[in-house]
Ligand binder design. Structure first.
Ligand SMILES: Cc1ncc(COP(=O)(O)O)c(C=O)c1O
Length: 495
């Protein structure tokens, strides 16, 4: 029997608790934003501080739920088509870590994409598993990472048999979706469970305008979704779903207890409850409308000089219609466009590299937001077009796209030698060396251009010419990177 998606049991329990004004002689110390800390209520509105409660009678316990949190998770499982759903207050990061801790063991192969998010890297460090990379693939025009193709998991399984888990990032940051039916069959054939980092796909499956969600594919064992990214929850609020017969729920629960705080925010958890209620109710209509508006926006920008709309469906599920990526013909211009939109028009994109700029819509996007975007990009294209107002003509010197694909993604197609596991590298004695002196040394740390947050080097990899070259180019371009010394002046290697 359906559970009643119009309810929000956790939010309702919090409201019931707030109905009587109580003396709060329990944590948190702000006591609902009263007395000397009224500034919290003034700064954020009185409800936020009042709702910031803790495990009190009637409010349940995230790590062992039996009351409103259990009910809210059951409703989420129903809405997202899962056998079991866990609330996450530390983002999909916690979900990815838990999936990895539940499926991989020290020294065991685990099949992962090279274009992985750092949460997967942390999972490798925590478990001591050995990454076996699926063939890295990039789109030649944009330089953006592509999802794996059918055949890639089977090939990785032949290269390094015995792995018990495959991790996929689906959709990619730019909204590309893999053929999960065929890849799922391949994962089953190599004896591995298919775990999906679906951080960017929490909205999938809510209506026909959107691609099917990963859990609708029979072979998918588990998926982590950031409801704060594409759904309607507050930042950090995410879900981890298990398919029937997928990962062992008790093992996953134990892993989550290890990686999540023992003081979960009720504000974040209640936002998950409310976001699920919204997505299961109005969600499909709102997403359909947003997808239509984004489609119109993309079409109106597609013929502009010097710009192309990125279209690269990689399988039957197509591409996320809520993401719009523009490829800018002249290198460096995508960041200029991003700066111009922000400074001149107050329009902030999700991320821009040398070559591409990504705009992300969501259920909160309005028609007027997209009208402003269209006007801003049109104005930029008009000024950058040849002969207009004597502006620098960038479209005339377009070199072959692959030559200036976004530097931030450079090196993605390259797989250096894995000398030791990420975990061994993490715990080994290390020393900093100048980039140029790092040749043939083993990296102790990841270097991650951010955005997009995809490592160029993973800990344990031997630094070869190609990798050093990419790092030098990143340094020259002044690209912000996590890892490496300030401005990539040095890199930590195994001593
Ligand atoms: C591909 C991918 N996976 C996982 C994450 C982590 O998600 P969260 O920020 O919800 O922890 C991100 C965040 O950007 C991501 O891009």
């Amino acid at each position: 029997m359906p559970l009643g998606q119009d309810r929000a049991p956790l939010f309702e329990a919090l409201q019931a608790h707030l109905r009587d004004e109580r003396v709060r002689l329990h944590v948190p110390g702000h006591k609902g934003g009263r007395g000397a800390v009224r500034f919290l209520a003034t700064a954020f509105g009185p409800e936020l501080a009042r709702l910031d409660l803790t495990e009190l009678p009637g409010l349940d316990d995230l790590h062992s739920p039996e009351g409103p949190i259990a009910e809210a998770e059951a409703l989420a499982a129903e809405a997202f088509g899962a056998a079991k759903t866990f609330f996450l207050v530390n983002g999909s990061t916690a979900g990815v870590l838990a999936m990895m801790l539940a499926t991989a063991s020290p020294g065991e192969p685990v099949y992962v994409p090279r274009a992985l998010h750092r949460s997967l890297l942390s999972g490798l460090i925590l478990t001591g598993a050995v990454p076996v990379y699926l063939t890295p693939r990039v789109d030649e025009q944009s330089g953006l990472p592509l999802p794996p193709f059918p055949g890639d998991i089977a090939e990785a399984g032949r290269r390094s048999p015995g792995g018990r888990a495959v991790f996929l990032v689906d959709p990619t940051y730019h909204g590309l979706c893999a053929d999960l039916a065929r890849l799922g069959d391949e994962a089953a054939a190599v004896g591995a469970q298919l775990c999906v980092d679906e951080a960017h796909g929490a909205h999938f499956g809510f209506g026909p305008a959107l691609p099917a969600r990963s859990l609708s594919f029979e072979r998918v064992a588990a998926a982590a979704q950031s409801l704060h990214k594409m759904g309607a929850a507050l930042t950090q609020s995410s879900l981890l779903h298990l398919a029937p017969g997928g990962l062992d729920p008790e093992r996953v629960r134990a892993a989550l207890a290890a990686v999540q705080t023992s003081s979960p925010s009720y504000v974040l958890m209640a936002s998950l409850d409310l976001a699920r209620r919204f997505m299961a109710g109005e969600g499909p209509a709102v997403f359909e409308r947003t997808a239509r508006l984004m489609g119109e926006c993309g079409r109106s920008l597609s013929g502009l000089p010097g710009l192309r709309v990125f279209r690269r469906p990689c399988g039957p599920r197509g591409q996320d219609p809520l993401k719009l990526t523009l490829i800018v013909d002249a290198p460096g211009d995508a960041r200029e466009l991003s700066r111009e939109l922000a400074a001149g028009r107050g329009i902030h994109s999700e991320l821009a590299d040398q070559r591409t700029i990504l705009f992300v819509a969501g259920p909160g996007t309005t028609a007027s937001d997209l009208e402003r975007l269209t006007a801003g990009v049109r104005e930029y294209a008009r000024r950058a077009a040849p002969g207009e107002h004597g502006a620098a003509t960038r479209t005339g010197d377009v070199s072959p796209a692959a030559d200036h694909a976004g530097l931030e993604h450079a090196g993605l197609g390259h797989l250096p030698e894995q000398a030791v596991t990420p975990r061994e590298a993490f715990f080994a004695p290390v020393e900093p060396v100048a980039l140029e002196e790092g040749f043939r040394r083993v990296a102790a740390e990841a270097v991650v251009p951010s955005p997009p947050g995809i490592p160029v080097v993973m800990p344990g990899e031997r630094l070869d010419r190609e990798t050093i070259d990419v790092l030098r180019r990143l340094r020259q371009a002044g690209t912000h990177c996590q890892g490496g010394g300030p401005g990539l002046s040095w890199i930590r290697v195994l001593a």
